[in-house]
Design a protein around this ligand. Structure first.
Ligand code: FE
Length: 239
């Protein structure tokens, strides 16, 4: 299945990302290697810690590949295309991991499944020609890319996630997945249209990809109207 292929590739990328994180930490970048496993779960570490100024920077799992060409049709802020669900604003900040300074004009590419667990653009799910819940935005001077979407649904064997890639000058500098606190997902999934489906079968702790550094890619979520705003800072390496 199309998505499975992506997942297995991502698993290996996350592993490489972990090695990179270790290498950078050993080179004098303090935040990651001074954290215990417990610290990584707490709000003072990781992306939330960056936002609150507790830690200086975060190295998100990443991998360089390329060249890669952007699909111009996906350049848009609102990616919902009428798909029903709880509204979600994404505020994704890209910083240079060696300086912690925001990176302007990075292209951020996101995609996720709908409330029923279906992706656009896949022949397996008969959505080859559709582009719902996929989009690209450029970061502003503060390194921020904003999207309007819906809270993702779930599909079997995976916890709730959003795929993300960051491109700089045509090269992929970050490949990863963004995650949600399980308690919040529980609350969201009690609402329509999510509540029409059975309970998801995989939570964060049981997801093999999440377990490989996913706690550093948890979105920080705040209520916003009837929905939520999800924020995260992704540290990337300019090569
Ligand atoms: Fe996926």
């Amino acid at each position: 299945m199309h998505e499975d292929a992506r997942i297995s590739r991502r698993t290996s990328l996350l592993k490489i990302g972990g090695l990179l994180a270790g290498a950078v930490a050993a080179g004098g970048w303090k935040a990651a290697d001074s954290l215990s496993a417990t610290d990584e779960e707490s709000s003072s570490a990781g992306p939330a810690g960056v936002a609150s100024g507790v830690v200086a920077c975060v190295l998100a799992p990443e991998q360089t590949e390329g060249p890669y060409y952007l699909d111009d049709h996906k350049v848009r802020r609102n990616i919902t295309q009428g798909k029903p669900g709880v509204s979600l604003s994404l505020r994704l900040t890209v910083v240079d991991v060696s300086t912690c300074k925001p990176i302007r004009s990075a292209a951020v590419d996101v995609w996720h499944c709908d409330a029923g667990g279906v992706y656009s653009g896949t022949s397996v799910q008969d959505t080859e020609d559709a582009r719902f819940l996929r989009g690209i935005q450029r970061t502003d001077a503060k390194g921020v890319a904003v999207f309007r979407t819906i809270y993702p649904g779930w599909y079997s064997g995976r916890t709730v996630h959003i795929h993300v890639m960051v491109y700089l000058g045509g090269n992929v500098v970050h490949t990863g997945q963004l995650y949600f606190p399980d308690k919040l997902t529980d609350a969201v999934y009690r609402r329509l249209p999510y509540s029409r489906r059975p309970n998801r079968n995989t939570r964060n702790g049981a997801d093999s990809i999440f377990r490989n550094g996913g706690s550093r890619s948890l979105l920080e979520l705040r209520r916003s109207g009837t929905g939520y705003t999800g924020s995260i800072t992704m540290g990337v390496q300019r090569s």
